[in-house]
Write a protein that binds this ligand. Structure first.
Ligand SMILES: Cc1cc2nc3c(=O)[nH]c(=O)nc-3n(C[C@H](O)[C@H](O)[C@H](O)COP(=O)(O)OP(=O)(O)OC[C@H]3O[C@@H](n4cnc5c(N)ncnc54)[C@H](O)[C@@H]3O)c2cc1C
Length: 399
């Protein structure tokens, strides 16, 4: 991997900055200060990107993406994080999109890809069930064939943003008589289909990101099965490999760095800005060095993936561990930097989305303490750190 400074990359970065200066509406800049932007901001921003031909920054040109190199994607992410753009729909862009590009029929692509580009169809992920998280292959939600439909019954849990999603990609058991991995299928389901019930789970940060999702006699066209009946495990392994790297979430780390630097310059202790406190400055420098290391790992994984190298998978697991541990360290440091104010867990405001939970008054650092609480879960979602270590031990050290 060539890590020499690249003049082309500097020009590309300048192009992204110029685009952001011109096209990022002032009211959207900085709207991403929580785990995910409000739906309206996210949808509007996706529309702006798409109009510019940047609707799929992480996809190859042959699939209608930008065809950017891994370094260009990283530069784009960094510049967006610095400018404080709204987030993109990770489920559509990073998880489902590549699956559709790889496994979907022409009809499925024609139906779904234009909506992912335009941001007009948001997705959620229906994998985990009570009792089937790390051991996903044990899932019990059942889909029984009835003519040209499946009839789905069962329950999913921890379905992030199901309450805002238009569609769900869902793992179901279509055959209970074969080896458990072989009986799984991957379905695309419209959330408006009769029989789907979404119930909120409020997490430790006081916010509504998570849900339980129930399926009672939900009829799904057989044409919505991706990769063919019984091929769901293969599709899932492909998707999870992408998810491990995506949950390292470099843009979030860059955002934390920006927030830390802002607090370090503005908050004072003993009459001096925090950044002048040697202990604070040293800790900030150490975290920034770790961020550099994670950033290089992100590039390395992207290059390995591009070259279809088998080590990409194991490096993705390493990246997931390093990236999420750093998310936790940086978000904790942000709370500590707030001093006494950090003791108050101001939630991020979702008032504009009609959430029923009251949001306490704003103050210094809204969202910072609540996000620190939320990020405790980053070493769980997208595959726990223990499971990632198991993957590394098996693939890297053949244990
Ligand atoms: C905030 C959040 C958002 C989420 N969003 C989604 C979503 O949108 N869609 C979705 O489908 N799921 C989602 N999940 C679920 C997530 O994928 C699971 O929580 C995760 O896979 C772990 O499964 P589990 O919770 O059932 O824990 P379990 O699998 O029961 O694990 C419990 C403990 O046992 C350990 N353990 C389990 N197996 C092993 C092993 N083989 N070796 C060593 N240790 C092991 C785990 O590390 C963990 O510490 C989300 C979870 C969270 C917390």
């Amino acid at each position: 991997m060539d890590l020499q400074p690249d003049a082309g990359l500097t020009a590309f970065r300048e192009e992204v900055r110029a685009f952001l200066r011109t096209h990022l509406p002032a009211e959207l800049a900085g709207s991403q200060h929580g785990v995910r932007s409000p739906r309206a901001a996210l949808v509007r921003w996706q529309g702006i990107l798409n109009k510019h031909g940047w609707g799929a920054p992480y996809w190859e040109k042959e699939h209608g993406g930008t065809g950017w190199t891994p370094q260009q994607r990283l530069a784009f992410d960094e510049e967006c994080a610095v400018a404080g753009t709204p987030s993109q729909d990770v489920f559509g862009q990073r998880l489902l999109g590549p699956v559709l590009n790889h496994f979907a029929t022409p009809e499925q692509k024609a139906e779904h890809l234009p909506h992912i580009f335009a941001g007009t169809r948001l997705w959620c992920q229906g994998f985990s069930e009570p009792g089937s998280g790390s051991d996903l292959a044990s899932l019990r939600t059942q889909a029984v064939r009835d003519g040209d439909h499946y009839v789905v019954n069962g329950q999913k849990i921890w379905t992030s943003y199901a309450h805002q999603a238009d569609w769900i990609f869902l793992l179901v058991r279509t055959d209970a008589s074969v080896k458990k991995q072989a009986g799984i299928s991957f379905l695309l389901v419209d959330m408006k289909t009769p029989g789907i019930t979404v119930r909120p789970i409020v997490s430790i940060d006081g916010c509504h990101h998570l849900n339980e999702t129930f399926f009672d006699d939900v009829r799904v066209p057989v044409a919505n099965c991706v990769g063919g009946e019984g091929a769901g495990w293969n599709v899932t392994k492909f998707l999870l490999n992408n998810e491990h790297a995506a949950t390292a979430d470099l843009p979030t780390l860059v955002r934390f760095q920006r927030q830390l630097r802002a607090l370090a310059a503005t908050l004072r202790a003993n009459g001096e800005p925090l950044v002048r406190q040697p202990a604070f400055a040293l800790r900030l420098a150490r975290l920034e060095a770790e961020l550099q290391a994670v950033s290089m790992m992100v590039q390395r994984v992207a290059v390995l993936e591009q070259d279809h190298r088998p080590t990409a998978h194991v490096m993705g697991s390493m990246l997931k561990i390093r990236g999420t541990e750093l998310q936790q360290k940086m978000s904790e440091f942000l709370v500590e930097a707030l001093g006494d104010y950090g003791a108050i867990a101001y939630p991020e405001s979702h008032a504009d989305e009609g959430d029923a939970w009251p949001v306490p008054g704003a103050g210094m650092g809204p969202g910072i303490a609540s996000e620190m609480f939320f990020r405790r879960a980053s070493t769980i979602y997208g595959g726990t750190s223990e499971v990632q270590r198991g993957i590394i031990a098996k693939l890297m050290f053949e244990l």
